[in-house]
Design a protein around this ligand. Structure first.
Ligand code: NAG
Ligand code: NAG
Ligand code: NAG
Ligand code: NAG
Ligand code: NAG
Ligand code: NAG
Ligand code: NAG
Ligand code: NAG
Length: 860
């Protein structure tokens, strides 16, 4: 039975994994002379309070890929290998060199096993296997990497308990077992765990999870239990896992399929994981609904293990044994903030999307040639499923991801501008785990944002239908970017032809994937002729003075104009622009034009000063006439353009001056991520301390209305809570006294046991506390959920302080000239009360604002 499985594995192996021949360059493979086919682990765990360890009896089945191999090199680290146990068996014959059996090089972490005769090369006609046998002991400590001990307080027993957990990705498998540590080698893993039942001092431990389903469980009297698992699917070492604890579980089944979703935690804490459990099942159901099929995500159960330790995020490659820090998925009203809930929902939706897009345990394995593309797709889909989930509220079918789309885009844009930022396709040959962590967010968010842009070009329903059909048609095969775009061209050819003047989706997408960064389009309207002429010119966007060359992205343009009559291009993207200046006629009748309709274009737009002023005027006078997605786009662009030095303070604040009227969470989200850009180092605006303070004062005034409104409201709907949390955090970070007082009050209530939404503003509270040398909050140990916020707050404060220390003090800005022509009655100098009604009111309130800013500056 086992043998048959093994042979099947080898068969698949030679087709798929001999270095994934059609993917990886051949040179890379040739170096490896020995390949692992099968790992068999017999694990004997011993959990003691003092000294925990496991013994392992390991057999690796290998084949030789080159002649004259007389040394086998294994990776091993911090393992106590029993020298006498090392054998390399050809059938029953041990071929280890008796005189010099092995050597362990502690420096390179390599175990060299010397043979007395060369290995015979594996071939179709001579199926020669060898078995490498090794016994070793691993002491498992709390500060280990790879495999580690976790100590936690168990409520049920009122005492400390221990568990073993593994996190082998990206390359830590050698701490767990001697292995061929190459993420491209895939092998079958067969586990057997020997659980001792009673031994003095030994912790009673009954739960053992690995990356395969349990096959049988044999009780040997009262002494021990042997749990045997079915052979795993073919996986890389980074996808292997082993969990050993006394956890209990919460399990449920998806609606239309046999997919099961199980959460593991200490029995007394299980109820705190109800939320994530129900949510996970909901997302699995949504995936099945989206895929329009009952195909199981994978064979076996999806296990999520809440490890009571600081582990942030899932392992990218994990599919049926997902470990994550308990604090990242636990849901306790008294402690969990709405933002933390949002983050845990995103993380799980993303991981389940990865699993759906292709995993080792699905019935026909789907592989992605470019794993960065899979990562981006999983991110896009995570936001899509989150949108459809809609916090558990009923929603219309295929709801657009709007606000999440903007979030993705702004996250990507904030990092994707530096000269050294790589283009997405530089990761063509990297496995997902090999993408450096500093670029992971970029890869996920930028790819996701570009898919969102694509969705808007080809229309949402067409996009999703094409996507689902494509993924389904490639089950059991390879998915590649090229194949995907070619397919898309075929599916959407008529509409693309019409809109993009012959450019295909693949050509347009290629221009975004092959280049780093993104463009800014400069729009100039020549209003002195009829019809007006609109000039569009693009260049590379950069926050610094360098790296601003002309660019030639293929940008599908869509726009809206203030006065809608005869608007030819308004409703669909109609043409792309490349390197040349693009000119077209459109009668604006003294109104504005806005590019990047739906805000999904991965670019920024800068208008001429007149157009900006007309936009600013409309924002103040008739805010509703510009869609909130466009307003969100505008405010983020204004901050970015200001920071880059492309827009001056006066014009930037003139446009943003309407913000005290702004009530939209999406727009404020955009403002907050825009405001964060002000602390980009070395930016073109030449930031000084004085200017930064001016911005802080400006923002403080703009945020005060919405702040008051939100903190007075008792509304506890999810969206309001998210909005309130974001606005309170901004206000407190700006140093507002009202905000400080508010969060302190909530903190007192929280300590009295009336937690009334304190967790939502806990992060803001930590900003407020940052300046205090002593606080009762810190006199007790924060729990992991609170610590999560504290860590974020500390990092933000540190970053800002470092930035402030670096920039020069500068001068207070001179009085704007507009001041001298305007007289101001002091009684009216309160921005919130100004009701803008005419063009002069705009100028008027701006000048009022400057006075306030100046007064504030002098007071400092
Ligand atoms: C393969 O071997 C060659 C020569 O021994 C070496 O230069 C190269 O770096 C190796 N490649 C890999 C991927 O290990
Ligand atoms: C092996 O090397 C590690 C660090 O590289 C060191 O901590 C350890 O003590 C060494 N072990 C032996 C037996 O020399
Ligand atoms: C293991 O033991 C714990 C504590 O007695 C119990 O709550 C849990 O359900 C057990 N788990 C399994 C898988 O039997
Ligand atoms: C679920 O499993 C049961 C029993 O193994 C089987 O009869 C049923 O067809 C499965 N359902 C689906 C949708 O695969
Ligand atoms: C990455 O793959 C795409 C699609 O196959 C190809 O067009 C592009 O040239 C590749 N880029 C690099 C840097 O290898
Ligand atoms: C469309 O394509 C034609 C020929 O390739 C070109 O002359 C024309 O300028 C293009 N028009 C637009 C709007 O890009
Ligand atoms: C784009 O925005 C318009 C309104 O401005 C809306 O009707 C349309 O559905 C949006 N498209 C998408 C794909 O969100
Ligand atoms: C902390 O103190 C510094 C200088 O003493 C001040 O500039 C800053 O605004 C304060 N921060 C907060 C959040 O109160």
């Amino acid at each position: 039975m086992l043998l048959r499985k093994l042979f099947r594995a080898v068969f698949v192996f030679s087709f798929f994994t001999l270095c994934r021949a059609d993917i990886v360059m051949d040179e890379e493979c040739l170096n490896y002379t020995v390949y692992p086919v099968n790992y068999e682990l017999n694990i004997y765990p011993y959990v003691y309070a003092e000294r925990s360890y496991f013994d392992c009896d390991l057999t690796i089945t290998i084949i030789a890929n080159a002649p004259n191999v007389i040394v086998i090199d294994l990776d091993a680290r911090d393992l106590e290998i029993e020298g006498g146990s090392i054998k390399v068996l050809d059938g029953n014959r041990d071929i280890v060199n008796g005189a010099r059996p092995f050597e362990f090089d502690n420096f390179t972490s390599k175990l060299h096993i010397y043979l007395k005769e060369p290995l015979k090369v594996y071939s179709g006609s001579n199926k020669q296997f060898y078995h490498v046998k090794i016994m070793y002991r691993k002491y498992v400590k709390t500060d280990n990497t790879g495999v580690f001990l976790v100590k936690y307080y168990d409520e049920q027993n009122k005492g400390f308990k221990y568990l073993f957990a593994t996190r082998l990705s990206p390359n830590k498998a050698k701490y767990f077992l001697p292995c061929f540590d190459n993420p491209r080698f895939e092998a079958v893993f067969k586990f057997k765990v020997y659980i001792l039942k009673r031994l003095s001092d030994l912790q009673y431990t009954n739960t053992s999870l690995v990356i395969a389903e349990e096959q049988r469980r044999d009780n040997f009297k009262t002494e021990y239990v042997v749990v045997e698992y079915v052979p795993s699917p073919q996986v890389g070492l980074h996808q292997v896992g082993f969990h050993y604890s006394r956890f209990a579980s919460l399990s449920g089944k998806a609606e239309n399929t046999n997919d099961t979703f199980t959460v593991w935690a200490p029995i007394d804490e299980l109820r705190d994981f109800n939320f994530i459990h129900n949510y996970g099942l909901k997302i699995i159901n949504l995936i099945h609904e989206y895929a329009q099929s009952d195909r199981r995500l994978l064979q076996g159960s999806i296990n999520v293990v809440a490890v009571p330790s600081v582990i942030n995020g899932y392992e990218i490659g994990s599919f049926n044994l997902l470990t994550i820090g308990a604090h990242k998925i636990v849901s306790i009203d008294q402690f969990t903030s709405i933002k933390q809930t949002e983050a845990m929902m995103f993380d799980l939706a993303q991981q389940l999307s990865r699993i759906w897009l292709g995993n080792p345990a699905e019935s026909e394995r789907t592989r992605w040639k470019e794993e960065w593309f899979k990562e981006g797709m999983a991110t896009y889909l995570a936001y899509y499923f989150l949108t459809q989930y809609n916090h558990g509220l009923p929603t219309e079918h295929n709801r657009p991801i709007s606000s999440y789309g903007l979030q993705m885009k702004h996250k990507a844009m904030a990092i994707d501008w530096h000269r050294s930022t790589p283009a997405l396709d530089t990761f063509n040959t990297s496995l997902a785990i090999e993408i450096p962590s500093r670029y992971r967010e970029l890869v996920m968010m930028k790819t996701g944002a570009i898919l969102w842009m694509l969705e808007n070009w080809v229309q949402s329903s067409k996009f999703h239908q094409a996507l689902v059909n494509y993924i389904k048609s490639r089950r059991g095969k390879y998915i590649s970017l090229e194949d995907f775009t070619t397919n898309l061209d075929r599916k959407t050819i008529e509409c693309l032809h019409q809109f993009f003047n012959g450019s295909t989706a693949s050509r347009i997408l290629g221009s975004w994937f092959r280049r780093r960064g993104y463009p800014v389009i400069n729009v100039q309207v020549l209003r002195d002729r009829t019809p007006n002429a609109v000039l569009l010119k693009q260049r590379q966007f950069s926050f610094t003075h360098e790296n601003r060359d002309d660019s030639d992205y293929l940008i599908p343009i869509s726009y809206v104009i203030q006065h809608h009559q005869n608007c030819y291009n308004c409703y669909r993207p109609r043409f792309t622009i490349g390197a040349q200046t693009y000119t077209f006629s459109e009668n604006l009748n003294d109104g504005w034009i806005l590019l990047n309709r739906n805000a999904s274009g991965y670019y920024r737009v800068n208008y001429d000063a007149d157009t900006w002023r007309i936009i600013a005027k409309t924002l103040k006078e008739n805010i509703g006439s510009i869609h909130e997605m466009n307003r969100a786009q505008i405010v983020n662009d204004v901050f970015a353009l200001y920071v880059a030095g492309d827009l001056d303070f006066q014009l930037a604040t003139e446009i943003l001056d309407y913000l005290d009227l702004e009530r939209s969470p999406v727009v404020w989200d955009s403002v907050i991520s825009g405001f964060d850009l002000l602390t980009i180092e070395g930016a073109g605006c030449g930031m000084t301390k004085h200017v930064y303070w001016e911005w802080e004062n400006f923002m403080m005034k703009k945020v005060s209305t919405i702040f008051q409104q939100l903190v007075q409201s008792k509304d506890s709907q999810v969206l309001t809570r998210l909005f309130r949390s974001a606005v309170v955090q901004l206000s407190c970070a700006l140093g507002g006294d009202a905000c400080a007082a508010h969060v302190r009050r909530l903190h007192v209530e929280h300590r009295r046991g009336r937690h009334a939404l304190f967790p939502d503003c806990r992060l803001a509270y930590y900003f407020v506390l940052a300046n205090e040398t002593f606080s009762s909050t810190y006199s007790r140990k924060l729990n992991a959920i609170e610590q999560d916020d504290k860590t974020i707050a500390d990092r933000k404060i540190r970053d800002k302080n470092r930035f402030m220390a670096k920039i020069p003090i500068g001068e207070p800005r001179p009085m704007p000239i507009v001041m001298s022509t305007t007289t101001i009655k002091p009684s009216e100098a309160v921005p919130e009360k100004l009701v803008p009604g005419s063009a002069s009111a705009t100028v008027y309130s701006v000048s009022v604002l400057f006075i306030i800013i100046l007064i504030n500056t002098f007071i400092r």
